[in-house]
Design a protein around this ligand. Structure first.
Ligand code: SF4
Length: 287
């Protein structure tokens, strides 16, 4: 068996910085994170073990200091939180911040904002929370439901695949040929790198294992992308979910991971795949 890692995989700088800021803040004062700092249960469990609390609403916060996650939040939501007398520490990723600024600029320039992403995702809620009118689209059917506007300003959730985003922008242009459609590419570089590396990986593998949280958007997108090029794709959060009947001794196995997945989890998955195969097909070896 051969195991290949994607050229780019796992935790991005935005998530690493957010975790570091949470740990540093919690060294000095009790801290509650508003929502999941990252969409990875392993990381969240580690933070909890260090005494960091998690609350889904400001009303449930029991510490003086709260942290906004790497996914960001709207100014309105942050002001509401400060209005409760809480101190806000922002771990918003600078690339999410860029997306917020891009939307604000488009609105200022008279464009109707359209966000390509998941309506209920915390990042999209943060991007739209300060807007009056806006649309969120994720598929062709959402574009079909858009009302006509003279000017559309389109941005994307940072973790959407760029190919899908460009296709939807094209569809909006096709549907509204008389409208001005301005697109600002807000898909982050780490997402693009992981998506491109996943395509390369899936094309040369018999089976691909994608590691990441069940609520992680970019992990789900990696699963979808790999599935276009490889028939056997499995999504796991940790090594405990791996099954020996997914692999055979002659397989080339690819590994990729979402932007919230820590290095240690990736390493354990790789070792476990190897161990499963050796156990099942001894004397097979992993390379
Ligand atoms: S996925 Fe991209 S936008 Fe999100 S935290 Fe990582 S680098 Fe930042």
């Amino acid at each position: 068996m051969k195991i290949i890692r994607a050229e780019h995989l796992g935790m991005c700088f935005g998530v690493k910085d957010a975790i570091a800021l949470a740990l540093e803040t919690a060294r000095h004062e009790p801290l509650t994170i508003l929502g999941d700092l990252v969409h990875n249960e392993t990381v969240v469990a580690e933070l909890r073990a260090k005494g960091i609390r998690v609350a889904q609403r400001p009303a449930d916060v029991s510490t003086q200091t709260v942290m906004v996650t790497a996914h960001g939040a709207s100014n309105r939501a942050m002001n509401e939180t400060r209005g409760r007398g809480l101190s806000v520490v922002e771990a918003t990723c600078p690339l999410v911040d860029l997306a917020h600024r891009a939307v604000a600029r488009l609105v200022r320039d008279g464009f109707h904002p359209v966000i390509i992403g998941k309506r209920d995702h915390v990042e999209v809620r943060g991007m739209t929370g300060d807007l009056g009118e806006f649309d969120v689209v994720l598929g062709d059917e959402d574009v079909a439901r858009l009302g006509e506007r003279p000017r559309f300003g389109v941005v994307a959730q940072t973790t959407q695949p760029i190919d899908k985003v460009r296709r939807l922008v094209g569809l909006i242009r096709e549907r509204f040929p008389k409208s001005e459609v301005r697109f600002v590419d807000t898909v982050c570089q780490p997402t693009k790198q992981r998506q491109n590396a996943a395509i390369e990986l899936a094309q040369k593998c018999d089976v691909v294992v994608v590691i990441g949280g069940t609520h992680s958007n970019n992990t789900h997108e990696l699963v979808k992308t790999c599935s276009h090029f490889c028939a056997r794709v499995h999504h796991v959060q940790t090594a405990l979910e791996l099954r020996d009947d997914w692999f055979s001794a002659s397989d080339v196995v690819g590994i990729t991971a979402g932007t919230s997945t820590p290095k240690a989890v990736i390493a354990t998955v790789e070792e476990t795949i190897c161990a499963l195969v050796v156990k099942e097909f001894s004397p097979a070896t992993c390379g």
